[in-house]
Design a protein around this ligand. Structure first.
Ligand code: PBG
Ligand code: ZN
Length: 329
């Protein structure tokens, strides 16, 4: 038997590191990352989050040090989540100018003005029932929550926030926040919308970290059904029409198809959130010695970029920055 006459041989372009690097289609850079930070008003020392090895809640006094560390690694931004001392039914500490996130923003910007400070803008950490807004009976009242989101966003803006990131999946959020920011003169603060956010089991470790598990029910009346893809395009388009500057898909790993489809359906930059449960799974397997953490994390992040992400929110961001720096040596 003779072999076929092969003209096209893809292996030619895999024959060495140099040629592979020239034909590489996607790259990963430290400049693609945003690092999530939990700031806890009730502590004076950092407290490790058990289900997220390597992640801690930090007190306000450590925000400057944290911001400096992230900036020195070359990561362009951090996103704050606040754990307030006081919670109530409407989440009013979310729009207190002396609230924990407002003070964290001021501390971070004072320590490190070039580092982008982003604020997750929601109410689940601030309400005593753990839902993402004001309740009407057992359901979250959409339009009453919008009024509070406007106050929260403006308060963050007054504190010096660089980007507002609403995560509560209330209808009309982007229009409401854009109007409120513009009315107060904050026309240049971009909105990174958690436009496509699914009701996901992957948020479990985060809810331990942020103390935001709903005390009853779940978030299925506002977060999306994991079964739906056309609805993702609808949500993305609605947020783009309302003036979102950046669209996010969340979670990331189980939604790679959605990342690609949203990317192709809109012209806006795309963020993906590599969420707490995705992080916890990798950490657990790595601790057991079952996977090569560095290799698996870098491969996953590259996958997000290939799927269409322009930026990645990840608890792995500091490790990724260190690994990419080592690779350059
Ligand atoms: C708040 C919010 C959540 C996350 C980001 N913002 C939790 C939730 O919706 O329950 C999850 C982030 C993660 O799992 O890492 N709405
Ligand atoms: Zn929320």
């Amino acid at each position: 038997m003779t072999l076929p006459d092969l003209v096209v041989r893809p292996r030619r372009l895999r024959s060495g590191a140099g040629i592979r690097s020239l034909v590489r289609e996607t790259t990963l850079s430290t400049a693609d990352f945003i690092y999530p930070v939990f700031v806890d008003e009730t502590i004076t020392e950092a407290v490790a989050v058990a289900s997220m090895p390597g992640v801690s809640r930090i007190p306000l006094s450590q925000v400057d040090q944290c911001a400096n560390e992230v900036a020195e690694l070359g990561i362009p931004g951090i996103i704050f989540f606040g754990i307030p001392a006081e919670k109530d039914a409407i989440g009013s500490s979310g729009w207190d100018d002396q609230g924990i996130v407002q003070r964290a923003i001021r501390a971070a910007k004072a320590a490190c003005p070039e580092l982008l400070a982003i604020a997750d803008t929601c109410f689940c950490e601030y309400t005593n029932h753990g839902h993402c807004g004001v309740l009407h009976g057992e359901d979250v009242d959409n339009d009453a929550t919008l009024l509070n989101l406007q106050k929260e966003a403006v308060s963050y803006a007054r504190a010096g926030i660089d980007v507002i990131a609403p995560s509560g999946m209330m209808d009309g959020t982007i229009a409401a926040i854009r109007m409120a920011l513009d009315a107060e003169g904050f026309t240049n603060i971009p909105i990174m919308s958690y436009a496509v956010k699914y009701a996901s089991g992957y948020f479990g470790p985060f809810r331990d970290a942020a103390d935001s598990t709903p005390s009853f029910g779940d978030r299925a009346t506002y977060q999306m059904d994991p079964a739906n893809r056309r609805e993702a395009i609808l949500e993305a388009k609605l947020d783009a029409e309302q003036g979102a500057d950046i669209l996010m898909v969340k979670p990331a790993l189980a939604y790679m198809d959605i990342i690609r489809e949203v990317k192709d359906a809109t012209m806006l930059p795309m963020a993906v959130y590599n969420v707490s449960g995705e992080y916890a799974m990798v950490k657990a397997a790595a601790e057991k010695g079952w996977i090569d953490e560095r290799r698996v994390v870098l491969e996953t992040m590259l996958g997000f970029k290939r799927a269409g992400a322009d930026m990645i929110l990840s608890y792995h961001a500091k490790d990724v920055a260190r690994w990419l720096r080592e690779d350059r040596r």
